[in-house]
Every structure is written in C-alpha cells, then in structure tokens.
Ligand binder design. Sequence first.
Ligand code: PHE
Length: 357
Amino acid sequence: MPDFDTLLENWEGESLVARRDEVGRAWIFIAIHSSRLGPAAGGTRMKSYPGPTAALHDALRLSEGMTYKFAAPNLPFGGAKAVIAVPSDLDPADRPGLLRRYGELVTQLGGRFLTGPDVGTTPEDMDIISETASSFVFCRTPGAGGAGDPGPFTALGVLAGIEAACEHVFGSPELADRRLVVQGVGDVGGALLDLLEAKGADVVFTEIDADLISRYRDERGFAFVAPEEVFAVEGDVFVPCALGGVLNAETIDRLRCRIVAGSANNQLAEPSDAERLRAAGVLYAPDFVINVGGAMAMPAMETMGWTADHAREQVRNYVRKTLLAIFNEAERFGSSTAAAAVAMAEHNLAAAGDDRR
Ligand code: PHE
C-alpha cells in the first residue's frame, strides 16, 4: 500500500473532498479526477477498509478509471468516484443517516460530481441519497423516478465483450461449450450467469458471500470452486466480476484461460500487469471498456431519453466494436490492449482541449 504522500503525488486528478463522519464513524472521500468532458460522474462505493489510506487509494484509482470509461466512447462526463469507508460493525440503523449526510456533501459540490451505485450500494440507497442530493443521483429505483439497477446493463456489455474476445482468439463468438470461470456473482456477475447460461456456456464460479454461493450453486446448479482456486481453473475465459487488483504477477502465472474479460474495475494490480498478460499470451479486455454498460445506459436513459432497448443496443455495439478495434490495434503496434484502450481515451480527452476545468 503506497503511503499518503505517494498516493497524492501520483494522482493526476483535479480535486479531492475528504469528510469525516463522526456519527457513522466513517470517512467519505470524493475524488474528482477530470471534468474535461463534462461534470464528473462515478459510483458510490461503501465498504470497510483496513484504514483510511486504503480507502483513499481505492477512490483515487477508481476515479481515474471513470475518466477513461467515459472518455473512450466520448460520453459527456468526467470521471470521479466516491468511497464511504465504514466500520465493519456499522449499525444498519446508522446507515440511512450516513447516506443522507453524504447526499448533503454531494449537494455542496453543486453538480460538479454526479453519482450512482457501486460495490456496497443499491438503487434503494440512491433513493435515500437523493433525499438530500436530488438531481445529482443516477439509478434511483423506478418507483422513485430512476432507471434502477445498472447491473444487467453492465452484464450485457460484458457478454458482448466476452463474445468479441472469443471471436478474436478462437475465430467464433459462440459460447456453447466454452468454459467460463466467473469470479464474483454480485450485481453484475449474477446477472451475467443468467446470460451465459442462456448461451449454453459451461460456467464455473467462485464467491465469498454465503447467501450468493447457496443461490447459484445449490438453487441454480452452477459449478462452484473455492475462491483461492479460481485462478488455476482450466478454461477459456477468466471473468473477474469482484473487486479490483486481482491480476498480478502471481495470479497471471497461474491463469489457465486464454482470455480475461470481466466487469471489475481496476483489474490490474499495477499497469505493468498488462504487459505481463500479453507476454503470457492472454488476451485482456480492458476493464473500463468492457464494463461501461451501466455508466453508459443509466445517465442516458435518465437524462437523454434513451429507451432501455436503445441503451442495450448501444452498449452491445459499443463494447463489441471498440474491443475488436483495440485487439487489432494492440496487435498491429505490438502494445498491450490496456495501452491501446488508454490511448483511445487520451485521444478523446486531448481533442476536448487542455483546460481541465
Ligand atoms: N459502478 C458504476 C461504474 O463503475 C458507476 C456508475 C453507475 C456511474 C451508473 C454512473 C452511473 O461504472
């Protein structure tokens, strides 16, 4: 874990808001990485961390990923992320108040930061946040006037990305009889299992939450492996849909899949892991391209009048087309796919001008 000085020195973002919430015993960090393409948007992640520095590290890295996520398709948003670092024994009764106080902080930013759900938050939480941050919140429940759960839209894009990667590597996007190894069956991974099942894929999954394990293994009959074994499962596609940083020297060495294509943000532990994957002959679908579904669909449905059908079509087409272009570019220039994706995003940011504000 980098120390506080190193974290701030290496972050190229615009502003960082830190708020200590005494009642909820929480730290809130809102990292606004870039507003060059529009108001900075990003999810609100709520979980416990070993300490505030770890939470800050997550917020800063995730905010940069959001800048690239919106910039690659040239969507009119900048990148940001909020982390609410809560104690592991947070009393559920203290949660709504904490979310409302967080909403007040979002309102103080006056529209420079827009948010939606992420790990640890739901559309129901967005309803609560919007009590104090009304128009700055995406993905409220449909009953409260929002577009609801982004997970299925993200999952749809991930499916399109997996198919594109298979097309590139195996010459066919068909998933029947391909073996997919899914790490994490939360909001996105769970929705993805349904889609993969419908495609006739051979799915193996891992998960740490007991309720989710029982739902997908015992009730639905999916094959389960223990979390520590997931990297070594023999298969075609490794699909990381849990937390970030899972691809590092050690795990890449154990991978027995030709493709990595999943929804988690910040899958690479460090940038050089992109080269490591390339050297190992593994095709990596850059996270911020393949997982854009929710971030592309929900704001557009809520503010630009897209229908759900139109959003699904846009997400599928964008992910497929963009990944195929990135895979070809990377091959042509002998670079990693991650470098090709960042170059595409940087190109759009540069075209928008030098003034970040
Ligand atoms: N969790 C989403 C992501 O990482 C965040 C998001 C959802 C942002 C919906 C905006 C709208 O992309």
